[in-house]
Design a binder for this molecule. Structure first.
Ligand code: GLN
Length: 483
């Protein structure tokens, strides 16, 4: 009831929650209360969890904050949803996001932007901005987000909460709407490292419905937050603390590192020489995968469909105009116009085009164009194939570094949360927000944002810890030392 009150009082302004089931949640709370009393309650009893609007929940709208899915309801539960329910979590509502998880500010949404609860003139980060803001505003205890290039960690940093991107394959993607399939990960945003460990323990593990999910057994992650080891080796990569990083954030993280050193950690200077290519590599590969994944939204099988009568009317007008021109034209021009007439779209192709034109927002269209370009004959080798090779080098950098250290530390984002509307006209500036986060997705390793301090501008900032694949335990241990 307390979370519901918060939503009712503050969500009009924050706009983190798209929809929530008041009655359903209260009924479920009663049921779980009963189980707590008779001792049969699951591990997450008492946790109220919000879900980013790209994870399928049976009989609920799953829109990805896109007009193209505005009328889509899922017919099944994602694996993570089943697992949360089985442990008695209460799934309170659906959370705002950048359309199809493309963005760093939660401004690319059909529902309008989410605002940062710490300062409502600022963005909450993105694309899981609704998930971060909902936790920060106490609309829920925790939330699930997705991280393809930083979308859990960066908004967690901007809103002052914990955000975990697990290792690729640690958590099933069954029921997660795909953005870039070789990058996408589901993970928790929480107020504490303990909660993140508890949720990961619940949602992780093999799943026959996702053949990229790892068959490794799931460790008891909470154990790592209980018996802390402060004698760890922390890699400090010079490349992550250079130009572009806010001075105060830089100093704040260095202070945290000094504290860790005093309590027994060893700081090891390391190098990740290919880090400077991570943004370029990420935006080539992620858009390539996105352009392919988004091909399924054609207005026929599901989602928004343009009005067929409009399509036919437009085509008819276009045809008549061409026929008129042909009558008047001569020679080569005439032939060109005849060719044009012969190549005119069928009404089916016209319907696909108009549905997609109406359904997708500008950032999604930009990604589809970029992605199809880098995959097209003639450019494939130059961009896509080359980026795959660089991805390998970036992964290699991490593999070598983790032979020496337990975790690697970096800022999560170069600045604190920026003003709403300040980056919307400058996609490249927006992409630069992901400078410290995309490399973990390229390498498939795990990373976490832990709140690290408050800037003199009053806004929170976080630091990122990264560990090798399937070493979430080390992350939780280190994160808890920082917390
Ligand atoms: N900001 C990045 C992008 O726009 C990351 C998004 C994500 O992790 N989903 O692609």
């Amino acid at each position: 009831q307390s979370y519901i009150n918060n939503i009712e009082q503050k969500n009009d302004e924050i706009n983190a929650v798209i929809s929530f089931d008041r009655e359903g949640a209260l009924e479920r709370a009663d049921e779980i209360q009963q189980r707590i009393e008779d001792g049969s309650a699951g591990k997450l009893a008492g946790m109220i969890i919000g879900i980013k609007d790209l994870i399928c929940e049976k009989d609920k709208q799953v829109t990805c904050a896109s007009n193209i899915l505005s009328n889509f309801e899922s017919v099944y539960d994602a694996t993570v949803i089943e697992r949360l329910r089985n442990e008695d979590a209460i799934l309170l509502g659906r959370l705002n996001m950048d359309e199809f998880a493309m963005g760093s500010s939660t401004e690319n949404s059909v529902y309008g932007p989410t605002k940062n609860p710490v300062d409502t003139s600022k963005v909450p980060g993105g694309s899981s901005g609704g998930s971060a803001a909902a936790v920060a505003a106490e609309f829920c205890t925790a939330s699930l987000g997705s991280d393809t290039g930083g979308s859990i960690r960066q908004p967690a940093s901007y809103c002052g909460v914990v955000g975990l991107k697990p290792t690729y394959g640690r958590v099933s993607r069954h029921g997660l709407v795909a953005f870039a399939s070789s990058f996408d990960c589901i993970g928790p945003l929480t107020n504490s490292v303990d909660d993140a460990a508890r949720i990961l323990e619940t949602i992780a593990g093999p799943d026959p419905n996702d053949n990229t999910s790892s068959s490794r057994t799931v460790p008891n992650y909470t154990k790592f937050t209980e018996n802390l080891d402060s004698n760890i080796k922390i890699g400090v990569p010079e490349e992550y603390f250079g130009e572009g990083l806010d001075e105060e954030i830089h100093k704040g993280i260095k202070n945290k590192l000094n504290e860790l050193e005093e309590s027994g950690a060893e700081l090891v200077p390391i190098h990740l020489p290919h880090m400077k290519y991570s943004i370029a590599t990420y935006y080539i590969l992620a858009t390539a995968e996105a352009s392919s994944n988004l091909a399924r939204y054609d207005g026929i099988r599901y989602g928004h469909r343009a009005d067929i009568e409009d399509v036919e009317k437009d085509l008819k007008e276009e045809k008549e105009a061409l026929e008129e021109q042909i009558k008047q034209a001569k020679g080569d021009t005439k032939q060109e116009l005849v060719d044009q007439l012969n190549e005119m779209d069928s009404s089916l192709i016209g319907l696909y085009k108009k549905s997609r034109t109406e359904g997708f927002g500008p950032e999604v269209k930009r990604r589809i164009m970029l992605g199809t370009y880098v995959l097209s004959a003639g450019y494939y080798d130059e961009y896509y194939a080359k980026a795959q090779k660089v991805r390998r080098l970036i992964k290699q950098d991490f593999t070598e570094a983790f032979e020496e250290v337990d975790v690697i530390v970096s800022p999560t984002a170069p600045t604190t949360a920026f003003d709403l509307d300040s980056n919307q006209d400058n996609p490249v500036q927006m992409y630069l927000n992901d400078i410290y986060t995309t490399s973990a997705n390229l390498a498939g390793i795990c990373g976490i944002n832990v709140p690290a301090g408050t800037h003199s501008n009053g806004l929170p900032y976080g630091m990122q810890l990264m560990a090798d694949a399937f070493e979430e335990g080390k992350l939780f241990n280190a994160a808890k030392l920082v917390e």
